[in-house]
Write a protein that binds this ligand. Structure first.
Ligand code: ATP
Length: 220
């Protein structure tokens, strides 16, 4: 496991960030629980969000990472355009934990450096910096966070949502879930919990007061 130490996000001389650095909020929860939905709400409320899935996708376009992946698993992981086919890589790594660890050790440092850079260059006045990362706790990214929110969503609702939006079945959800830490461990690691078994608006009503506690608005 690669553990990334908490880093200062003090503004660089060129940075547009204010003197006081915004808190870092980490999101955790089950697969399809709605972490990205919470991240979107936080963004609407004035936070800056780093999405690990987007960065993971971008990491596959990095020349060195791409070359390493092809040297491990061959041209069979490339799509007709010559790009890394994420679904083919996923098939390999979710069938073999050693391969998954190998891939994570390759991509996580790249993802982490991109996130640090994005946070350092975040626009001035953001209320908080948010890390939306499925492996927040597993990868030790939780150590960087000032507050962690657990998104709690019943399994049957998560299954129905990932079936609708990703075409997954129960086995696929279970296989992905088995590769992560248990929900109990993630829940205990969190400082706040939101329930996402209902409508988006219910989520907003829970997230808003939590953000006000973590990053109170200052009267100017
Ligand atoms: P992952 O673990 O894969 O990163 P996630 O926890 O980020 O997933 P989302 O992508 O936010 O989960 O949500 C999963 C799906 O459920 C998405 O299609 C999203 O639009 C939908 N969804 C999330 N919250 C709600 C809600 N309250 N009502 C209806 N659909 C929702």
């Amino acid at each position: 496991m690669v553990v990334f130490p908490k880093q200062s996000h003090s503004p660089s001389p060129q940075s547009t960030m204010p003197e006081t650095t915004p808190p870092i909020i980490g999101l955790t929860g089950g697969i399809g629980s709605g972490k990205s939905a919470v991240a979107a709400i936080l963004r609407d409320l004035g936070c800056f969000v780093s999405n690990a899935d987007e960065l993971a996708r971008a990491s596959f376009q990095d020349d060195a990472i791409k070359a390493q992946i092809v040297s491990w698993w061959g041209d069979a992981v490339l799509d007709p355009q010559g790009e890394i086919d994420r679904s083919k890589v996923a098939t390999i790594v979710f069938a073999d934990p050693d391969q998954r660890v190998r891939l994570e050790q390759l991509t996580h440092p790249w993802i982490e450096s991109q996130r640090q850079e994005a946070f350092t260059n975040a626009p001035a006045g953001v209320r908080a910096l948010v890390i939306d990362a499925p492996l927040l706790v597993e990868a030790g990214i939780d150590e960087q966070c000032d507050a962690i929110i657990f998104v709690d969503t019943e399994r049957n609702i998560r299954l129905s949502r990932v079936t609708t939006d990703r075409g997954w079945d129960d086995d696929k959800l279970q296989q992905r879930e088995d590769s992560q830490l248990s929900l109990d461990v993630k829940r205990k690691r969190a400082d706040y919990r939101v329930s996402n078994n209902g409508a988006h608006n219910d989520l907003l009503e829970q997230v808003h007061p939590i953000l006000n506690q973590i990053a109170p608005l200052v009267e100017s």
